[in-house]
Design a protein around this ligand. Structure first.
Ligand code: DOR
Ligand code: ZN
Ligand code: ZN
Length: 431
């Protein structure tokens, strides 16, 4: 059935807002017309956006959906709904499931479950090594054939340079990207938080910045040697950024991502031994936070991702040392960034939206991420005015593990449209 969105405030190419009428048919944007000249629809459903912002659906290239194997933390269905509620229409899920997504059957299972959930586009990554153990490469060609969009051992770093080089050679031959969780285990050894003031005060071992940057530097050299598209996960240190900036300057095929929490929080903000503040990479120094912000501003870091990593309350209650790393991200990402960077005047709205739509589409060669005639009708309607408090009890995700509970934010998604279908909406919007 055709769908028309009237009174949609849309960002134009100059980053200005314009009132538009958006006509959707067969899952595609059929027409984007000035609200004054747009024809009243003859048939189908009408949504009155009432002057709210309408953007391309957000794209999150780094998420954990936990299925198969850890369904008590999240399922593909609950994760998809949480994503939709956060305004995301495309998400790329990490292979550190149980079994690990390291064979074609598991890739197909993930795609099938995503199809059954039917809410957002789910793009599966496959593991670089069997079981993510770093010992033996997976069958890249078969995984690509099954539908994997890239290779990563996210959750752990690939410790052997030779293994990484072989992976990059194979991925390059297939025209596929390698996505890297950068962490040298020999420098980490069970530390739960970043090296620094917080670790010292609480007598905890610290994760040093070099544990990330050493892998970034190593992999940039390997990417140069192999010609692969190398994408750096969740950049969190000044040193990694310096290396990525240099690599880009000399034309090496590297791209990078950063998470909202690494743009908004430092280790100095951690209130105490609460594992809702524990994630990997950890919250670093204010200096690193400032470097991350500067890097997403100047394009050294290309995109923003959530690293949505749900865990159960029991697991997170084990304390800073023993609880697993990770925080949920879908349902707070846009309001956090809008409130803290756009409302404050540091970023334009257009820049924030670009880093969550057009840029991930460009980096990973997706057809979505733009609001244009003929593009997929993946759209998000956002209320930029209403202020609400983050309440984990209202999350669609099974995970409640967030350090942002109680934050008062604006910029809440109110409806999400994937492939021309309304997959989630605030109750009062559609009637
Ligand atoms: O915080 C994290 N959580 N970092 C990771 O690398 C893995 C992830 C998870 O799977 O929970
Ligand atoms: Zn990771
Ligand atoms: Zn991750």
């Amino acid at each position: 059935m055709p769908l028309t969105i009237i009174n949609a405030n849309v960002l134009n190419e100059d980053g200005q807002l314009e009132l538009k009428t958006i006509t959707i048919e067969n899952g595609l944007i059929k027409q984007l017309a000035d609200a004054s000249t747009g024809l009243a629809p003859e048939s189908g459903e009408i949504i009155d956006a009432g002057g709210k912002l309408v953007t391309p659906g957000f794209i999150d290239m780094h998420v954990h959906l936990r299925e198969p194997g850890f369904e008590h933390k999240e399922t593909i269905a609950t994760g998809s709904l949480s994503a939709a509620k956060g305004g995301f229409t495309t998400i790329a899920c990490m292979p550190n499931t149980r079994p690990v997504t390291d064979d074609p059957e598991t890739v197909k299972l993930v795609l099938q479950k995503a199809e059954e959930a039917g809410l957002v586009n789910v793009l599966p990554y496959a593991a670089i090594t069997v079981n993510e153990l770093g010992r033996e490469l997976t069958d890249f060609a078969a995984l690509k054939e099954a539908g994997a969009i890239g290779f990563t051992d996210d959750g752990v770093g690939v410790q052997s340079a030779q293994m990484m080089k072989d992976a990059m050679k194979q991925a390059a031959a297939l025209g596929m990207p390698v996505i890297a969780h950068c962490e040298d285990n020999s420098l980490v050894e069970g530390a739960p938080v970043a090296e620094g003031e917080f670790a010292r005060r609480h007598g905890l071992k610290g994760i040093p910045n070099e544990s990330e940057a050493i892998h970034v530097g190593r992999d940039i050299l390997l990417a140069e040697a192999t010609g692969v598209h190398y994408h750096v996960c969740h950049v969190s240190t000044e040193q990694s950024i310096r290396l990525i900036r240099q690599a880009k300057e000399i034309g090496i095929g590297v791209t990078a991502e950063v998470c909202p929490h690494h743009l908004l929080l430092s280790d100095e903000d951690i209130p105490g031994l609460d594992a809702n503040w524990k994630m990997n990479p950890p919250l670093r120094s204010p200096r690193d936070v400032e470097a991350c912000i500067a890097a997403i501003e100047d394009g050294t870091i290309d995109i923003i991702v959530t690293d949505h990593a749900p865990h159960s309350e029991e697991e997170k209650a084990k304390g800073m040392q023993l609880a697993p790393f990770g925080i949920v991200g879908f349902e707070t990402a846009f309001p956090l960034l809008y409130t803290k960077f756009v409302e404050t005047g540091r970023w334009t709205l257009a820049k924030l939206v670009q880093r969550m739509t057009a840029d991930p589409a460009r980096v990973f060669g997706l057809g979505s991420g733009k609001l244009a005639e003929g593009a997929p009708a993946d759209l998000t309607i956002v209320d930029l005015k209403t202020e609400k408090t983050v309440d984990p009890a209202t999350f669609a995700s099974k995970g409640r593990n967030t350090p942002f509970a109680g934050w008062s934010l604006k910029g809440w998604p109110v409806a999400t449209i994937t492939g021309g279908r309304v997959v989630w909406a605030e109750e009062n919007l559609l009637n």
